[in-house]
Every structure is written in structure tokens, then in C-alpha cells.
Design a protein around this ligand. Structure first.
Ligand code: NDP
Length: 335
């Protein structure tokens, strides 16, 4: 390991699951050492994602305690493992990465999920353009390969993944119907590419379904990208056209349960519940999506919408904000 790397670091651990009180900011955590196929990144920015709540609250299992939350960051490589390190990942290289334990000063990242940042992409943009942007890009390329002119429904469209989705869908020529919970969020989705924005109409789901069907000329949408889950699944399933696709990729309101498969036969609907890391499984896949994404950002001038940047020690506030639906686009922590 490089000599300039200290033995201890700042970071945020949890020792049990629960509310935001379980997040503990520490200044004396051991700095981990990279092994074969790993690099040690000195973080500058750390991305906050809704999935961090799932781990903190126990919806997704914690491998072992104490556990450092966070699943992406950017900064510079401080040290590399003893072997199996690609030639573009050398000490001092600016990188962004996806992987666990990012809420810290230093994080071990697997080389397959570590991306050297081109000079056109700042560390801040890098940390704001990984998990959520990769999710959006893989969804429109692989979960449902979107075609020019398709009508697509996106829920939580002003959120992290949502704002990427509406922008990418516009860039590939789709027509997007976007939902979000407030007029300000809907305006943000509209100004970033949604053709039509709608309220969820939680009190009257039939109204919501009717509106979507009417907008699409009575046919229904070609695909739905839904991350809200429990609260919206039943309604969005009804908005899709015959042979359409429902991509359920998140559980912000709770997990979808108890679907009778026979419901899909009403319109021969395809239903997927994908996860990003089965679309980017190899370094080649990661690099390919990274280069496509950076091209979109620079050539199509996508708006990397950063909601706020908090110091790492304000992690509780960050979790409270994202959980209470206050954020739009990306929330970052700065070390
Ligand atoms: P967001 O920034 O989109 O935040 C979540 C949003 O969900 C909120 O802003 C809110 O928007 C909406 N929401 C609806 N109902 C609720 C509720 N009951 N409580 C809280 N929020 C609610 O987060 P991310 O961009 O980080 O993630 C978006 C979704 O994508 C998440 O569900 C996440 O799990 C999923 N995801 C899935 C991946 C995969 O591989 N399958 C990878 C990455 C993310 P509004 O107020 O407008 O409704």
C-alpha cells in the first residue's frame, strides 16, 4: 500500500438497522487494504441513493456489522492491490466507482466497477452519474429496448433515476409521461424531457389509468419504468398496452407482493424486476455503458442535476431528505 495512506479514517457505520439514528459518524475507522483486483479510492464525493435506506432499515440484508453504507463515490486512486489491476487504474487516477462501503474517506473498489473519469467529467459529476444513471441507461437499452416514438411511463420522474430516465428517453426520441408528487417536481421532469406530467392520483387510481390511456390514443404505453413499487404497481400495470412491458425496478413505497400471474395474460404483458448489477456484470460491460453515458452527458448536454452536497458528517440529514421525498436528482456527500 502507498505510504501516504493513513491507518485510520473518517466514515459512517451502522451497528444495527433502524431509523437515521443508527448512522454513526466516526473518525477512527481502520483504512482497508486493497487485495487482488481491487483499488483503494480516496473519496471526494459520495452518492446517496434510495437503496441506502433499504440497507439502513433492513429491507435489504446487511452482510456483517459494523457496516459502512453507501454504494458509489468518486475521487482518486490512493493504492492498488497486488495483482490483477487493469493498466488504466494507477495511483492518482481520477475515478468513479460503484460498490459497498462508500460513506468513508477511503473505500475499496472492485476494478470491474471502477471507471477512470475523462477530463470532461468532474469528480462531482462522476459521483452523480453512476448508479442512478447506469440504472436508467440499462433499463432503456435492455429491460425494454426503447424505440423512437414509443410512449413510456416513468414514476418518481424527478428523482435520481427518474431525471436520468426522462432525459435519456428524450434523447432517444421516446415520448414520456412522467409522474411525481408535487407541481415543482413535475415541472422539473417536464423541463428535463417529459412530454406530459401527471399526478399519481393516489385517491383515484382509475383516474390516473384513464389519463394515461387517453394520452396514448387509447392504446396504453409501450413500457412502464416504475420504481415506487407497492403504491403504484397495480395502477401502472393497467396503463400498459397489449404486449407492452412493465419494468418494476424499485420499492420506494414498499415491495410489490402477491401478484397473480394470470393478470399478465389480460394483455400479454411482459414483467421484469431487474437489478443493475446483472446488466453490468463484467468490466467490459461497465466500461461500455460508462462510455455511452459520458457521450450522452457531453454530446446531448444532459443535465446532471445535483440537489445538494452535504458534508459526510451530515449523513443523517441526507437520509432524512431522501426518505421524505424532499430531494430531486442527486444528493451527494463530500468528504
Ligand atoms: P429517488 O431520488 O428517486 O427517491 C425516491 C423517490 O421515490 C422519491 O423522491 C419519491 O418521489 C418517490 N416515492 C414514491 N413513494 C414514496 C414513498 N412512499 N417514500 C419515499 N419515496 C417515495 O431515489 P433513487 O433515484 O436513488 O432510486 C429510485 C428508485 O430506483 C428506488 O426505488 C431504488 O430502489 C431504485 N433503484 C433500483 C436499482 C436496480 O438495480 N433495480 C438501481 C438503482 C435504483 P415522488 O415524491 O415524486 O413520488
Amino acid at each position: 500500500m502507498a505510504t501516504s495512506v493513513p491507518k485510520t479514517m473518517k466514515g459512517v457505520i451502522i451497528e444495527k438497522t433502524g431509523g437515521t439514528d443508527v448512522l454513526q459518524y466516526k473518525t477512527d475507522l481502520p483504512v482497508p487494504e486493497p487485495k487482488e483486483g481491487e483499488v483503494l479510492v480516496k473519496n471526494e464525493f459520495i452518492g446517496v441513493n434510495y437503496i441506502d435506506n433499504y440497507f439502513r432499515t433492513g429491507l435489504y440484508p446487511i452482510p456483517a456489522y459494523p457496516y459502512i453504507l453507501g454504494r458509489e463515490g468518486s475521487g482518486t486512486i490512493a493504492a492498488v492491490g497486488p495483482s490483477n489491476i487493469p493498466s488504466d487504474l494507477t495511483p492518482s487516477t481520477r475515478v468513479a466507482y460503484m460498490g459497498p462501503s462508500a460513506y468513508a474517506e477511503y473505500t475499496i473498489a472492485a476494478t470491474k466497477y471502477t471507471i477512470p473519469l475523462p477530463s470532461s467529467i468532474s469528480n462531482e459529476t462522476g459521483a452523480a452519474s453512476l448508479l442512478q444513471a447506469f440504472t436508467a441507461l440499462t433499463l432503456i437499452r435492455e429491460a425494454y429496448p426503447v424505440q423512437k416514438g414509443d410512449w413510456i411511463l416513468v414514476t418518481a420522474a424527478a428523482g435520481g433515476v427518474g431525471l436520468w430516465l426522462v432525459q435519456l428517453l428524450r434523447a432517444v426520441g421516446a415520448r414520456t409521461i412522467a409522474t411525481a408528487s408535487s407541481p415543482e417536481k413535475r415541472e422539473l421532469a417536464r423541463s428535463n424531457g417529459a412530454e406530459v406530467t401527471l399526478e399519481y392520483h393516489e385517491e383515484d387510481r382509475d383516474k390516473f389509468v384513464k389519463e394515461v390511456v387517453e394520452i396514448t390514443g387509447g392504446e396504453g404505453v409501450s413500457a412502464v419504468f416504475d420504481s415506487v413499487g407497492k403504491a403504484t404497481f397495480d395502477a401502472v400495470l393497467q396503463t400498459v398496452r397489449r404486449k407492452g412491458t412493465v419494468v418494476s425496478f424499485g420499492n420506494a413505497s414498499g415491495a410489490v407482493e402477491g401478484l397473480a400471474l394470470a393478470r399478465l395474460s389480460t394483455k400479454n404483458v411482459k414483467l421484469l424486476r431487474p437489478t443493475l448489477f446483472n446488466y453490468i456484470y463484467t468490466r467490459e460491460e461497465t466500461q461500455q455503458y460508462a462510455s455511452e453515458l459520458f457521450d450522452f452527458i457531453t454530446k446531448d448536454k444532459l443535465n446532471v442535476h445535483i440537489h445538494n452536497v452535504y458534508p459526510l458528517e451530515d449523513v443523517k440529514r441526507a437520509h432524512e431528505d431522501i426518505q421524505s421525498r424532499k430531494t430531486t436528482g442527486k444528493l451527494l456527500l463530500k468528504v
